[in-house]
Design a protein around this ligand. Sequence first.
Ligand SMILES: Cc1cc2nc3c(=O)[nH]c(=O)nc-3n(C[C@H](O)[C@H](O)[C@H](O)COP(=O)(O)OP(=O)(O)OC[C@H]3O[C@@H](n4cnc5c(N)ncnc54)[C@H](O)[C@@H]3O)c2cc1C
Length: 330
Amino acid sequence: MAGKIIVIGGGIAGISAKLRNRKSKLMDENPFMIMAPRIIDTLRGKSVDFPRIKRNLDYTGKATGIDLEEKTVNINGKNIAYEKLVIATGHSQKYDFINGSKYIHGFSGLEDALYLRNQLVNRKKIVIIGGGYLGVEVAGAMQNASITILEAGNRILAGLPLKFSDYATQLLEKNGVNIELGNPVDEVKKDCVVSGTKKFNSDITLFAGGFTGNLPEMKQELKTKNSRIVVNSFLQSVDYPDVYAAGDSMLVDNGGFIPMSAIIARSSGITAMENAMGGTKPFVPNNFANIIRVGDQYFGTIGNIFVHGSIAHIIKEAAVALSINHAREV
Ligand SMILES: Cc1cc2nc3c(=O)[nH]c(=O)nc-3n(C[C@H](O)[C@H](O)[C@H](O)COP(=O)(O)OP(=O)(O)OC[C@H]3O[C@@H](n4cnc5c(N)ncnc54)[C@H](O)[C@@H]3O)c2cc1C
């Protein structure tokens, strides 16, 4: 059995890790967990408190530095020693590689939803760059606006089966959303987005992609890709074996594509903790349910079965409720 295990990040992955080993120490800079699927509810008008879930922490504060040789985490000006470390610090969003990025608003947190909601008081032209699940959900959530999704590829929800794209396209177009395919962005200007010879007028340009990890500063170099820690199948850093990573913070070395999702966060948090406690359990990613929402409409898959309507809605709500219950149990 390992000695002191510190978990940095009390989101979905970190909470699952803590519940697997209550003696571990959980730290987070935020006294509330933000339940990401509920950010869309705030965008649609629900209270800003709706996505905020209170949970208990052993340390409240930002982990500002990790010394991988000394095995300490700096928080609130103090160095806390660990035997094993589980890093679960979630995601960040990058779009500074786009020409004119200063005119782009990201969409990844509660503040972004509030900003956008306040902008929608007057009808606005909004261009959403990226037709992945987030672009689709955000477009589906806004009513007081004229919305265009600009997608570089030849269909929205390109990472999912074709049926998803067709279903989402139908729902969005019924809501008046304009979907422009095959339009890679060349430049964003104050009042438009340029793609080749075309210009799409825009009061607000949102970027709904570019998700990367969000790691604390480290004194030494650790192998990362897209700011996510490269781990082996035991979710152990490939160069610092006392460090484990879970959820959006990890990328499995040669593990193929693993989505950033709540299900993966939950299961990887458990596996990372079990292995930090001395186990040798390989992580088997299984994103067995995938439900997307467009306004009040829900659709997706459970296993290989396509579902929509109230069944899809219930599955999504049940998954959110499970994560909230876990947070309350910590
Ligand atoms: C708008 C939006 C909607 C989404 N909807 C869905 C959905 O419907 N279904 C789905 O499966 N997935 C959805 N996702 C993705 C899903 O929420 C994430 O994949 C999941 O939350 C990842 O869990 P995590 O524990 O890795 O990170 P998070 O849940 O983001 O938790 C990370 C935690 O680390 C803390 N932290 C960060 N840095 C530090 C630091 N230096 N020191 C201390 N604490 C720190 C943060 O405060 C946070 O509490 C959505 C994401 C977004 C942005």
